[in-house]
Design a protein around this ligand. Structure first.
Ligand code: F6P
Length: 326
């Protein structure tokens, strides 16, 4: 491999939906880089901030006390200008203006796609998957997923208290965009009677009404239904249940509650390890990489190959959930 230019300064940005643990990623990248004598430029407001040159140098003190704080102190933004060819060129130009030898992007699949476009313009990239959706195909885990899970689980447990008191059906709509990982894992952890995800088409009468009536005939008096936002609207499911079973049904949309809060141990720990792996790759002249979690290990893959890797929830996982909710 030809000797690449020595990395002396890197940029880091967070983009897309924020996720608990993003601050821990920024902290880990910054402090690890400083240990290797690398300067770190924090880019505010995601790709839009890069396009505008909204940059501030980070030092060890800039990232103090950040591991426990949700959100991203560099802020994030959805950018329409960035995705145009002119926007991409402008973004690359800004990295040169600030002397960035490489860019670390932190976010979900949309952020990863933007990172690939910049890599095609010869800007060295390391991407760190961070989204509560856990829907980035090349990694088993994305920063933020565990924290969102635990927030949602705590909410569902509370809703079960009132559902049981009123002998009602509580329908909880969770986030996840077009993926059902949040819904599946929350449903399993809370013993939901029904879990609806985009990956598994369902029949309202057979898979919802039938299951509620069977559960009632088995002696159940209240029911939990977890719905991924990509599968259906919780409010509609609740109305359908109430009008077809006579059981009162109430919908709750957890929404942005799942995006906030102090990161769990898992997100704090993996944020730290993902950041260290990022700087390790840069020091070993491995660029255009995506940091991933696979079979218990933190490693990194080729960015472009990683973007093409898909993953799907298996029918077996859904069967396990349904088996436990009898
Ligand atoms: O991608 C994370 C996520 O929270 C999704 O689960 C959700 O559908 C989306 O972001 C909401 O996007 P926004 O914050 O732009 O409304």
């Amino acid at each position: 491999m030809s000797q690449a230019k020595k990395i002396e300064t890197i940029g880091i940005l967070t983009s897309g939906g924020d996720a608990p643990g993003m601050n821990g990623v920024i902290r880990s990248v910054t402090r690890t880089a400083i240990n290797y004598g690398i300067r770190v430029m924090g880019i505010r407001r995601g790709y839009h901030g890069l396009w505008r040159g909204d940059v501030t140098e980070l030092d060890a003190r800039s990232v103090s006390d950040k591991s426990r704080v949700g959100g991203t102190f560099l802020m994030t933004a959805r950018s329409k200008t960035f995705v145009t060819p002119e926007g991409l060129q402008q973004a690359c130009k800004m990295t040169q203006v600030f002397g960035m030898d490489a860019l670390v992007t932190v976010g979900g699949d949309g952020t990863m796609r933007g990172a690939c476009e910049l890599a095609k313009l010869e800007l060295p990239i390391i991407h760190i998957p961070a989204t509560i959706d856990n829907d980035v195909g090349c990694t088993e885990y994305t920063i933020g997923f565990d924290s969102a899970l635990n927030t949602a689980i705590s909410c569902v447990d509370k809703l079960r208290d009132t559902a049981s008191s009123h002998e009602r059906c509580s329908v909880i709509e969770v986030m996840g965009r077009e993926a059902g990982y949040l819904a599946l894992h929350v449903g399993i952890a809370t013993g939901a009677e029904i879990i609806l995800i985009p990956e598994q088409p369902f029949d309202r009468d057979k898979d919802i009404i039938g299951k509620i009536l069977s559960a009632r005939n088995r002696g159940k008096h209240h029911y939990i239904v977890v719905v991924a936002e990509g599968a259906a609207r919780g409010e509609e499911i609740a109305k359908y249940i109430e009008s077809n079973t006579g059981t009162e049904a109430r919908a709750t949309v957890l929404g942005y509650l799942q995006r906030g809060g102090s990161p769990t141990y898992q997100d704090r720990y993996l944020a730290s390890m993902f950041g260290i792996q990022t700087v390790k790759a840069l020091m070993e002249n491995r660029v255009n990489r995506v940091v991933v979690y696979k079979q218990g290990e933190v490693t990194d893959l080729d960015l472009f190959e990683g973007l093409e890797i898909k993953k799907r929830i298996s029918p077996e996982d859904m069967k396990k959930a349904s088996m436990l909710s009898i």
